[in-house]
Design a protein around this ligand. Structure first.
Ligand SMILES: [Zn+2]
Length: 495
């Protein structure tokens, strides 16, 4: 497996990849072929189920909680969309190749790897070339000098129809939202501020995809775009509910986050408005609901040189893992960059009436990487202590709700267990399993995070009760079969 050659992977990362491959969470796409490109992954049944539950939590804690509109847009968009958005010109990586062996490098990453210097995102090509020459950074394979510097656009270009007209796979899901903004504003009869959400695939032609789900070329995003009047971003009563909530903010220049209430952060001017404070609180609360301990979450402020080309204010929600802090959500104040760009390019007016004035709405976004989030959650709950593997996922994120196990693979226990399975599978994600000893089966389901095992034994045949075994405590209780649906709803409930 190529992953093992990656630098800087941890034991936990390796164990998780092993579990994922062996138990149906995810696997590399096209894996039986030698020309399988890196950076593409298939979710197996367990991964797909867990992703579905994660998205359901996102809908619950963000989309429904905030009365957002959710859309599902096309993945292929016209060239004009990306001219307007700036991606055709600015969504680029600096590239150079070795003059001797032809190896291709992303210059900023190579400099960082070889010298330890931090290369700001917006440094231009000439300055990078100067750093390379001053520090004598060379090809890591043959020691050759670097040459042929250029910018590589990371969008996948595709040809539409026989004429193969230029179009692009979207590099972020949010462009559909900006293009559709005015129609949605009108047809859904909204007033500012309001948010539009979308979950779906995005595509980036990364030069060096690696580390499993952490940097992919085809990936899922769950994005939220909040449209607001910049003059009224503090006129936002919804924020009152989170004023005493503590954000874990790490400002530029600080090495650690500090806990500070939304109220304090606003009064100290760390956050530009109540609206931004509210959505930062919502996204941090979402990851707490997903089970990530608060001390492993931070909102890191991006400096001028780190921000995306469209951002005027930017925080990254990051989660600490065995691989270090990983960026999961870009929280960007995109200003009027997007609607302004599309208005200019398309001629379609994007201004709306608010507070008696015509204004071009500004956008605050919560742009979430779904695959990375799943990795971080899996890693957070992977317990490898005492030589056993237990995936201690919150029940509402577990891919399988419960396993139904006859104590032994023998009649009448198997028929009775099958009967319970048939009853429960209409409403729950349950599995029936009668192979191997009961102890081995418990272990097998602990490994993939199943919170409850339901065991059918000889007593079941007498009094219609079953044994419930809880994954985290290994504690067992006896319950009536008829009470199972109701009890399970309680055990699987959101906090
Ligand atoms: Zn070389």
């Amino acid at each position: 497996m190529q992953l093992r050659q990656d630098k800087g992977v941890s034991r936990k990362f390796e164990e998780l990849i092993k579990l994922a491959l062996e138990r149906g969470f995810f696997t590399s796409a096209s894996e039986i072929y030698s020309d399988a490109p890196a950076g593409f992954w298939d979710y197996g049944p367990l991964g797909a189920a867990m992703k579905r539950k994660f998205i359901e939590l996102w809908r619950r804690e963000l989309v429904r909680r905030d009365c957002m509109l959710e859309i599902d847009g096309a993945q292929i968009l016209s060239k004009s969309v990306f001219k307007a958005s700036g991606h055709l010109d600015s969504f680029v990586d600096p590239i150079a190749r070795c003059s001797k062996c032809g190896a291709i490098y992303r210059v900023d990453k190579l400099i960082e790897e070889r010298t330890g210097l931090h290369v700001p995102e917006r440094l231009n090509l000439d300055e990078m070339r100067r750093i390379v020459e001053e520090n004598d950074v060379r090809c890591t394979r043959c020691g050759g000098k670097l040459t042929g510097y250029y910018y590589f656009n990371m969008m996948f270009r595709i040809g539409i129809g026989v004429a193969e007209a230029d179009a692009y796979l979207r590099p972020e899901t949010c462009q559909n939202i900006f293009v559709d903004f005015l129609r949605l504003y009108k047809t859904m009869r909204r007033k500012l501020p309001f948010a539009i959400a979308q979950y779906g695939k995005s595509f980036r032609n990364e030069i060096s995809p690696r580390q499993g789900l952490l940097r992919m070329r085809e990936f899922y995003q769950a994005e939220i775009e909040v449209f607001f009047n910049p003059n009224r971003a503090n006129d936002f009563p919804k924020a009152d509910a989170v004023m005493d909530y503590e954000l874990r903010l790490q400002q530029v220049g600080e090495s650690e986050p500090s806990e500070i209430t939304c109220r304090e952060a606003l009064s100290q001017g760390l956050i530009s408005s109540k609206l931004v404070a509210y959505y930062l609180a919502l996204i941090q609360q979402f990851y707490e609901k997903a089970g990530i301990p608060k001390e492993r979450i931070r909102l890191r402020q991006l400096g001028e040189d780190e921000k995306a080309f469209y951002a005027v204010e930017a925080w990254d929600l990051e989660v600490e893992t065995s691989l270090g802090w990983i960026e999961l959500v870009a929280c960007n104040n995109r200003g009027d960059h997007d609607l302004g760009g599309h208005q200019r390019m398309s001629g379609q007016e994007m201004e709306v009436l608010d507070d008696g004035q015509k204004i071009l709405p500004h956008v605050f976004e919560l742009s979430m990487g779904v695959d990375r989030s799943l990795y971080c959650i899996l890693e957070n709950f992977l317990d490898l202590e005492n030589g056993k593997t237990i995936l201690r996922l919150p029940p509402y994120l577990a891919p399988i709700d419960a396993a139904i196990l006859p104590l032994v693979s023998r009649e009448p226990l198997t028929s009775k267990a099958m009967e319970i399975y048939d009853e429960l599978r209409r409403d729950f994600d349950v599995e029936y399993d009668d192979s191997g000893s009961i102890g081995r089966r418990y272990m097998r389901y602990d490994e993939v995070g199943v919170p409850i095992c339901i065991t059918v034994d000889y007593q079941t045949m007498e009094d219609d009760t079953v044994t419930i075994r809880f994954r985290d405590s290994a504690h067992q209780i006896r319950v009536d079969v008829s009470d199972l649906p109701c009890l399970m709803r309680g055990w699987l409930a959101y906090p």
